[in-house]
Each structure stands twice: as C-alpha cells, then as structure tokens.
Write a protein that binds this ligand. Sequence first.
Ligand SMILES: [Cu+2]
Length: 130
Amino acid sequence: MNLVARLAVVGLVALVLVVAIASLGGQTSTGASSGVAAIVLEDFHFTPNRLDAKVGVPLSVRLTNQGTEQHDLNFPSLHMPGLEGVESILAPGETTTITLEFDQPGTHTFICSLPGHAAAGMTGAVFVSQ
Ligand SMILES: [Cu+2]
C-alpha cells in the first residue's frame, strides 16, 4: 500500500516535470518574434499581406516575385530611421531580403508602388507593437 502510494507520488512529480518541460519548449518555439518573415509578390497581391513586428526589433523579410510583372514593396509612410525610400523592385522570379525596423508602434501599411498595382489589390500592413 505504502509502496503504491509512493510510486503514485513519483509518477505525479514526473508528470509535472514533463508538463513543465513541454511548456518551456512551447515558449521557445513559438517563433512569433523570430525576426524573419517571407512575402510572396504576385499579380496582384502579397501573400501574406499581414506581418507582426516589434518596435526597435529588426525584421528580415524575404520577398519573392512569383508574378509575371515587376513588383515592389513600399511603405508610403515610413517610421524606419535610415530606411527612407526602401523599396525593392523585383523582376518576375527574383528574390531579395529586406530588413525593416520600426521606431513607432501602429499599423504601417505597404503597397506595390507600380502604377495601378495597389488599386488592383497589392496592399498590406505591418502591425508594430511595443
Ligand atoms: Cu505590383
């Protein structure tokens, strides 16, 4: 009886440890703020067209143009010191990586600045939190 009770306690401790380790693993592997993202540019949309970022934390974004026309990713209203004018015009099939770093929280919209593309649906936003 006593031995069985002891085994049960040991089993409970082991279970608690497993749960604790599992939750630790979950915390380190969520990757929500890993600082790397990817956007595919097509005719005429961004996939995904929503990104999350944190103020002051550089976010690398890999851009790939899978469309048949040139595209770019352009922030009409920039809050990125030293990155004014960042826009990457990509030819079909081209890939490049840009780094974004925002100094203000909020919703920062981006567009494809080629004529008519934003109106056709090439828009998106980065949600920047503190
Ligand atoms: Cu475009």
